[in-house]
Design a protein around this ligand. Sequence first.
Ligand code: REX
Length: 351
Amino acid sequence: ATAPAPDMEGVTAALKAAMANGAPGAMARYVSPEGIQSRTVGVRDRVSGAAMDVNARFRIGSVSKTFSTVVLLQLVQEGKLSLDAPVNKYLPGALPDERITVRHLLTHRSGLADYTDAMFNSTVPGFEAVRNKVFSYQELLDLSLALPRTTEPGVSYKYSNANFVVVGMLIEKATGRPVADAYKRRIITPLKLRNTSYVHPDTRIKGLHVRGYLHPDEAGAPLVDSTEQTVSWAQSAGAVISSPGDLNMFTGALMRGRLLSPAMLQAMTTVTPTDATNTRFYGLGLRRYDLSCGTQIFGHTGTVQGFYTYAFSTRDGMRSLSAVANTSNHGAANTALGGTLEAAFCGKKPA
Ligand SMILES: C[C@@H](NC(=O)[C@@H](C)NC(=O)CCCC[C@H](NC(=O)C[NH3+])C(=O)[O-])C(=O)O
């Protein structure tokens, strides 16, 4: 069946709703065989008033988890790691439970607690305390291991950044090099993602970029410009910088089979439900959303101080949408931004 035309008015309405819920600006870029359509609203910089710009770069948060997963699955394809081997086989003594496997990390079923809940319980003080800090992977893992595990290994889905900190450790152990090199050599260079980078612990977003604005917990308190930070609290779980076009290319190329073998891509897109709605699922470092029109889309969401991101493609990689709003700690703005997905992939609602 031919895909419905995107409802770009609906995309714009969703972007405006994100602004109505506190985002200084927002944008979306949709790619299909019919071409590229992008929409921008508001500003990328509240001080200069510079308009949101679809060529601008921003922090993609947990969409980074899919970059890390692609690298790890390529290492599995190369026989350097096995999905169902214990993590401790590759990182002796790293985890207190020998039963936790590499696959448990990628499916958020390890039981390793998410240290960011406590770290950011008080949003702005928590952010200010770490924005210029540089953590080692081990320090982040220790924060998680100081907390009770959330499930027996493999039993249930419990989202945790700690899982993808360990994924970063596995990548560096298996390659003998920093994750930045693996992203570059295995994803950024082959796909020519010229606006994508991993610069941890540098705090800047170089080149044309979006400034991010963090909503404080106190109603009515002024937004906090959170653009410059190390994102060391996330690293391989959330520190990649990219652009709408590069994210379209990344998720599209991934689904078209340019990064992984058909068998490995099939494993990555084999999902289990993450909530009771049975429309949200998680595979290996990848979300699946089942839209109201029956279309299934695959990708990831991102939340990092000052930036909400969505980056999804259809299973055949022929249609891709990326969207970003330059605020965070404001769930209504995130939900509003998510409205771009239905508008773009399902088109106009029947009258
Ligand atoms: C959920 C999301 N996960 C991510 O992108 C990872 C990297 N981000 C987080 O875990 C949120 C950290 C707190 C953000 C802060 N929140 C607070 O400080 C709340 N007190 C903020 O909203 O900026 C995903 O997978 O889509």
